[in-house]
Design a binder for this molecule. Sequence first.
Ligand SMILES: Nc1nc2c(c(=O)[nH]1)N[C@H]1C(S)=C(S)[C@@H](COP(=O)(O)OP(=O)(O)OC[C@H]3O[C@@H](n4cnc5c(N)ncnc54)[C@H](O)[C@@H]3O)O[C@H]1N2
Ligand code: MOO
Length: 407
Amino acid sequence: MSAPCTPYAQVMHRQQIDLAEAIDILKETLPRPASETLPLTQAAGRVLSASLSAKVDHPSVDDSAMDGIACRLEDSQSTPVTLKLIGESRAGEGFSGGVGAGECVRIYTGAPVPAGANAICKVEDLQIEGDQVTLLHPARSQDIRHRGSDFQVGQEGLQKGDVLSPARLALAASMGYSEVPVYRKLRVGILSTGDEVIEAGQPLQPGQVYDSNRYGIYALLLEMGLEPVLLPHATDHIDEVKKNLQNADLDVLLTSGGVSMGNYDIVRDLLFGEGEVKFWKINLRPGGPALCGLWQGIPVLGLPGNPVSALVVFEVLFKPAIFALLGRTDAPHRKVRARALNAFKAVPRKTAYWRAQLNAQNGELVVQDLNAPLSNMLRGLAHANALVVVEPGQAVEAGGLAEVIWL
Ligand SMILES: Nc1nc2c(c(=O)[nH]1)N[C@H]1C(S)=C(S)[C@@H](COP(=O)(O)OP(=O)(O)OC[C@H]3O[C@@H](n4cnc5c(N)ncnc54)[C@H](O)[C@@H]3O)O[C@H]1N2
Ligand code: MOO
């Protein structure tokens, strides 16, 4: 096979950029998703595309926090005291009369507090005989939940960019919404390349490698609430890549492999030759050769083929860019400082992300290397729950404090 032309040659010495700049450029390259309105049962995990204000007060009336009786506070402070039972207030159906001096009304949790009453005594503190109710302990005004004390009409309860967690979906319902505006899921294509890369489960010849990237990327996309579209794997021929992209109807394309300095790095050649390159190469280890651009109007992020590089670039570049694009109100990563149980090396001119285990030990966070430093060593990443971030020239010594992304 003859080597493909390499138009990258003119730019192979282009300056590398920092990760923060790459995140910004990628975000600007990605399309902002449209909104859609979904019923609450279909909106779990989606991102709100507009803020939601309460349509009602909650609670909608002053109601009881306890099953018991409602009475006047002033009648019930020196106990035991006996009051006259004059009626009942049930949740959904209040007592229409008022509570006067020496009187009380049976009440249940969530039922409206009748006019005249301003305290509740719970049933465990009562002796009830016919219409005579003896309070063994004083009634409490704190057991009344006031109208609008959770939220009031017009109050903003959820913000544009909030991810709809179970509790947020429940809040949307209690604010009066049966459907919510959310961003559409971006359709993200996954295309792995490489003559030596074969489908998992097939017999492996020497020199071949199973396509692990497509499954790691697929799961990461699902985890982020995006729609993965698995495209057929392409060998190292630009025409095959183009054929596999036909009619794919994608918002974004993630490729794996073919972005480095080899003669057969065809994703690089496709973007330099027929597309538009936004950036190529980041001051990052692993994942330095990552490439971003447009091909036929589709934003493309070219992930390096090395399995750890592909997944780490997704985590530290693609994920923050998507969060920024959607204006998500949560952070893409939890960042902590932890005591290093071993040294973590710095890499010249590059920010390094070392795969590690983060744990709590004797009241502090500690972090330990997984002894799988190379970017083909998936075993390390698979057992990591953290990435230790080491800036150039700032190696972390054993016993020192490390910056850690908690995965
Ligand atoms: N002369 C240079 N060579 C390399 C450089 C460099 O700067 N100068 N960078 C190295 C770095 S860093 C990385 S990372 C890789 C990235 O290479 P590519 O993105 O071009 O990927 P490939 O060459 O196609 O593959 C690299 C490696 O990964 C394996 N691979 C590829 N696809 C998959 C897959 N889907 N699942 C599992 N494994 C995969 C492939 O067999 C290779 O072993 O370039 C370095 N070289
Ligand atoms: O992206 Mo590479 O990991 O630095 O081998």
